[in-house]
Ligand binder design. Structure first.
Ligand code: NOJ
Length: 558
């Protein structure tokens, strides 16, 4: 089925960190407008805008207090309308972030809900009898601590899977669903082109809200196995599709932690009765700690075997049935070049960033590029706790180091440096001007000091930059149908290779042969490269055939 977005590439903007136009230290919508030409040059098709709605910013906009207004730090609705108009004029689409598992506790619905047990909005949220000491069940919050907050005025607790300022909406209530659909239709009528749906597979909680399995040394249980892909999720998404999405030319991506390939086949089926695609998280969990309490606060690197096995599973399982999303980065993940690549020297940074880009962009699905990924921005390199601003990083430190004493300060700082969400949120590095050309004022999150070398201006001036490699990958996707529709197959014998990743993409008339060296050493393999095969992209100028130099990536077409 030829959906318009099937060969598109999506670029994610985290508004607070993209471009500040009024020098208050926070990025804004006019700033984004001023950079649209840059995105056009890169060649992307769709912009996913992380939340710009009115919000107290407890979780950087993922706590929305008014779904139909813009946060003043980002601008006005008139600014948003101008963004939409200018983006469309350039042929760029805009995808909004839809955060409807929860609202802010400052949303009018929640204020009404908390005002009394008889208020008509009481049932918009999930209230149960309990106290702070004896909450309704043992669920923890994903940001540490309990998943329930006691409200002394009405003597009940409300559920919050994230911060206590992010109460979960009660999707069982048909009025909640109707209000959400109404709001979505309002944005689509305005002209936006789709939605990225925040933790959308958490909206259906299991009947009776039973306790979850708690690991012995954890204070609270991880609710994810119970709340992910809950009992009514598919019927509600089909209802949403019916009420909002069908008959519109929109693209949707569901953020679905804990999703399996079987579930994804339903969410993102080619039949299209739920979503266009979903974000799976398995490849983001390959470098986590074996200790469930520590989770992602670990220091190891994912092996090529694990990574390839996982990506291959998704490529194969969804082919012909459902649609994959492809990503390395977003505002919640560390920078790919520091995580799966090698930022230890300028040479390895550039080579490995291009290798990883080639790996991802040659797979089947819709690639997402997170701001700064296209110039190889690295992790933040913060060394002290006071540099961190993310609620998740700070809560994790408090819980793991101060309260539970599971890690010492130095170890936790190293884990934060590897996995904190702050790594993704340092301001976009535009040039070597003050604050990387992002803002003239003190920035809300520190600028990475490597901006003097790693910045857009340098990238645009260097024909061999990571930027132009991404530009070429995007162009290839737009011009070679096999990248969109071709079947993925691992080269025989590659499954157990610890250094080289080799796969093919094949449709009726074209084959692509993708060879990637995941290491900083040279390796030779005897894979047959057919005579006459044309090398269409690489991160090295010349070709040594079966010998792959450090982080070499190349694609042949025949
Ligand atoms: C997932 C978002 O990507 C993340 O940034 C946010 O904190 C949580 N959902 C809660 O909305």
């Amino acid at each position: 089925m030829a959906e318009w977005w099937r060969n598109a590439v999506i670029y994610q903007i985290y508004p607070a960190s993209f471009q500040d136009s009024n020098n208050d230290g926070v990025g804004d919508i006019p700033g984004i407008i001023s950079r649209l030409e840059y995105l056009k040059k890169l060649g992307v098709d769709i912009i996913w805008l992380s939340p710009v709605y009115k919000s107290p910013q407890v979780d950087n906009g993922y706590d929305i207090s008014d779904y139909r207004d813009i946060n003043p730090t980002f601008g006005t609705m008139a600014d948003f309308d101008a963004l939409l108009e200018k983006a469309h004029a350039l042929g760029l689409k805009i995808m909004m972030d839809l955060v409807v598992n929860h609202t802010s506790d400052q949303h009018a619905w929640f204020k009404a809900s908390a005002s009394g047990k008889d208020n008509p909005y009481r049932d918009y949220y999930i209230w149960r009898d309990g106290t702070q000491e004896q909450p309704p069940n043992n669920w923890g919050s994903f940001f540490m601590g309990p998943g329930w907050q006691y409200d002394s005025s009405t003597e009940q607790c409300y559920l919050h899977l994230f911060a206590k300022e992010q109460p979960d909406l009660n999707w069982e209530n048909p009025a909640v669903r109707a209000d959400v659909y109404d709001m979505m239709n309002w944005w689509l009528d305005k002209g936006v082109d789709g939605f990225r749906m925040d933790v959308i597979n958490y909206i259906s909680k299991p009947d009776g809200l039973p306790d979850a399995v708690r690991s012995p040394d954890a204070s609270y249980a991880n609710p994810e196995p119970l709340v992910a892909n809950g009992p009514k999720i598919h019927s509600w998404l089909q209802e949403m599709n019916h009420e909002v999405l069908r008959n519109r030319r929109v693209v949707t991506v569901g953020e679905t932690p804990g999703v399996t390939t079987e579930e994804a086949e339903r969410y993102a089926s080619l039949k299209g009765n739920e979503l266009s695609m979903v974000f799976q998280f398995e490849h983001m969990a390959l470098d986590t700690s074996p200790n469930p309490v520590l989770g992602r606060w670990a220091e190891r690197k994912a092996s090529l075997r694990d990574l390839r096995a996982n990506l291959s599973k998704w490529q194969t399982a969804l082919h012909g049935k459902a649609w994959n999303s492809l990503y390395w980065n977003n505002h919640d993940q560390p920078r790919v070049v520091s995580r799966f690549g090698d930022d230890s020297s300028e040479t390895t940074r550039v080579l490995s960033a291009k290798m990883l880009a080639t790996l991802l962009h040659m797979q089947q699905g819709t690639p997402f590029i997170y701001e700064g990924e296209e110039i190889g921005m690295t992790n933040a390199n913060f060394t002290q706790l006071s540099d961190y601003v993310d609620i998740d990083s700070l809560n994790a430190y408090q819980e793991i180091v101060v309260e539970q004493k599971l890690l010492d300060d130095a170890t936790m700082l190293r884990c934060l440096a590897k996995h904190s969400r702050d790594n993704a949120r340092t301001p976009m590095q535009w040039s070597d001007a003050v604050n990387a050309g992002f803002s003239e004022n003190k920035t809300w999150e520190k600028v990475n000091p490597n901006y003097r070398d790693i910045n857009v201006e340098n990238a645009l001036n260097d024909p061999n930059s990571i930027f132009y490699h991404y530009q070429k990958l995007i162009h290839l996707r737009h011009t070679l149908p096999v990248i969109t529709d071709g079947m993925y197959q691992l080269v025989e014998g590659n499954e157990a290779d610890d250094e080289i990743y080799a796969f093919t993409r094949k449709n009726a008339d074209t084959t692509l042969f993708v060879l990637l060296n995941y290491t900083n050493d040279t390796h030779t393999r005897d894979y047959a490269i057919p005579a006459g095969a044309k090398r269409i992209i690489s991160n090295y100028a010349d070709d040594e055939g079966q010998t792959l130099r450090p982080y070499e990536a190349k694609v042949y077409q025949f």
